[in-house]
Design a protein around this ligand. Structure first.
Ligand SMILES: [Zn+2]
Ligand SMILES: [Zn+2]
Ligand SMILES: [Zn+2]
Ligand SMILES: [Zn+2]
Length: 493
């Protein structure tokens, strides 16, 4: 794409500060812009990792500076070279740790140092793209992370790494703020989580119903921003800075904590989350009502049963506590190894909370999203082994997630691509199983295979935009091959 065709303008208002607006009509899937990270590096509190490729390391250090790298190649990585000079000149080595898998505050200084070095190297880009970035200094001063930044980053870089002649405490403090407010978490090439600053991406305003999506290219950590839906000229471009499958309380808390604002988007403002019912509970006191937040934009507002005669009420604090308990259970399930237990324990958790949550509640939806991906993939539950009833269950879960995504993340997202890919297989197996049982004719089979074919074609198109080395990109390639095979097999019928 020609980068000189700019598809957006930067505007400014009270609500968002700077934000992006489409300056022409954009098609679904259209590349709007690409952005280069000005700095990539470890997140705070991360265990020791290679400063070249970000894989976990143990006891391997750079032969020049003595900081963690996995080998000779990563010593020469452009990500590491500049800081390598700083550490070497200051004779400041990494202090060995006992437990190489525990979080290590020594690495907190790396990404801020890289951002400072990027400023030194390209002051024009800094002035043009970084200087105007938000830091929320006042709010940050009240937090525990402020002290940690002062100790582990500002004091450390000035006193121990002898940066005092090249920069000031004020600048380093600002850099910490820029990172805390604007950095995004991205997967490294090895699939480990790191953070990066993309100045143009950071301007995009948030919405819990985004209309743009981003993809990280693993070779050079470039980001591509695309239209998830067709967007009219003049419409703001909204990215989601939080997990789209989380319920309103959790999303708003996360945004306040990490991005320093209270989201008031249409999804947050609606107790039913735009009729998806992702925050809705069943009422334990009556059969007619459900429990909703009386005012989802007020964190202290009570939750009420919608049946006036019932009158059941609970506090938002109780609701938050309950969600945290269930989330902790879900996190434990996520830590299970891939095997039959991963399915069986999730099904048990679904049964356990069936009477508590609306079937579309975020907590149950997350379980169903996981199960939709697990059925057909683990020992004892491969596609050939699944009875028709379970194939139908996988289909039901895929369709529920897709229907919800239509509302909360409309258009072509990674999650949709992966879900449609999951949906094609049970549809195909079910049609073939009914055909071999003599339940449907060959003509009917042909007709029934059209939907899985469409799923594969959509999945191949959507996931084809992902980095080919990423799990989603690999699925995209497989979807493309399976589509060709299915086409051929339909033609031979
Ligand atoms: Zn490495
Ligand atoms: Zn080094
Ligand atoms: Zn919102
Ligand atoms: Zn009730």
């Amino acid at each position: 794409m020609a980068e000189d065709v700019c598809r957006y303008d930067v505007l400014k208002n009270e609500k968002y500060g700077r934000y992006l607006v489409a300056n022409k009509d954009l098609e679904c899937g259209e590349l709007i812009f690409t952005d280069t990270a000005i700095a990539v590096g470890p997140k705070p509190d991360t265990p020791p990792l290679c400063l070249g490729c970000y894989c976990p390391v143990e006891n391997t250090l750079c032969s020049r500076c003595g900081w963690p790298v996995c080998g000779a190649e990563c010593e020469q990585s452009p990500h590491h070279l500049l800081e390598c000079d700083v550490f070497t000149q200051a004779k400041e080595r990494f202090q060995s740790v006992e437990d190489w898998s525990a979080s290590c505050p020594q690495l907190d200084c790396i990404t801020p140092l890289r951002l400072f070095l990027a400023k030194e190297k390209d002051p024009e880009r800094w002035a043009r793209e970084v200087d105007a970035m938000e830091t929320h200094t006042e709010e940050r001063q009240k937090r525990a992370t402020w002290r940690a930044d002062q100790n582990n980053v500002v004091d450390y870089l000035i006193d121990r790494c002898k940066l005092g002649e090249r920069c000031t405490r004020e600048l380093l403090t600002r850099i910490c703020g820029i990172l805390e407010v604007n950095a995004v978490e991205i997967p490294s090439r090895g699939g480990f989580s790191v953070r990066a600053i993309y100045p143009r991406l950071a301007i995009a305003a948030h919405s819990c119903v985004p209309n743009i999506v981003h993809t990280i290219l693993q070779s050079d950590y470039q980001v591509q921003i695309r239209a998830a839906v067709s967007i009219k000229s003049g419409e703001p471009l909204h990215l989601s800075y939080t997990h789209v499958l989380s319920p309103t309380i959790v999303r708003r808390e996360h945004l306040l904590e990490s991005k320093f604002f209270s989201c008031e988007c249409p999804r947050c403002a609606d107790p039913t989350e735009l009729d998806t019912h992702m925050s809705t509970l069943k009422c334990s006191k009556c059969d007619n009502g459900v429990i909703l937040a009386s005012n989802p934009l007020d964190n202290e507002a009570p939750w009420n049963c919608t049946d006036k005669k019932c009158g059941f009420k609970t506090s938002s604090a109780a609701m938050r506590k309950m969600l945290a308990v269930v989330q902790a259970e879900l996190d434990q399930l996520d830590a299970l190894p891939l095997g039959p237990e991963a399915i069986e324990m999730r099904e048990a958790t679904l049964r356990k909370y069936k009477s508590v949550f609306h079937p579309c509640h975020s907590m149950l939806l997350s379980l169903k999203h996981a199960l939709a991906q697990l059925y057909g993939r683990v020992e004892g539950y491969t596609l050939d082994e699944l009875p028709d009833l379970v194939l139908e269950r996988k289909i039901e879960f895929c369709r529920l997630v897709l229907k919800t995504l239509d509302v909360i993340s409309p258009g072509e997202s990674r999650m949709r691509g992966m879900m449609i890919y999951e949906l094609h297989a049970p549809l195909m197996y079910l049609a073939r199983s009914e055909f071999s049982a003599g339940l449907i004719s060959q003509e009917k089979l042909k007709e029934r295979l059209q939907e899985p074919l469409q799923c594969l074609s959509d999945a191949a198109r959507i996931l084809g935009r992902e980095d080919p080395q990423s799990p989603e990109g690999i699925t995209g390639t497989i979807a493309h091959q399976s589509m060709e095979q299915l086409k051929a097999s339909i033609e031979s019928l």
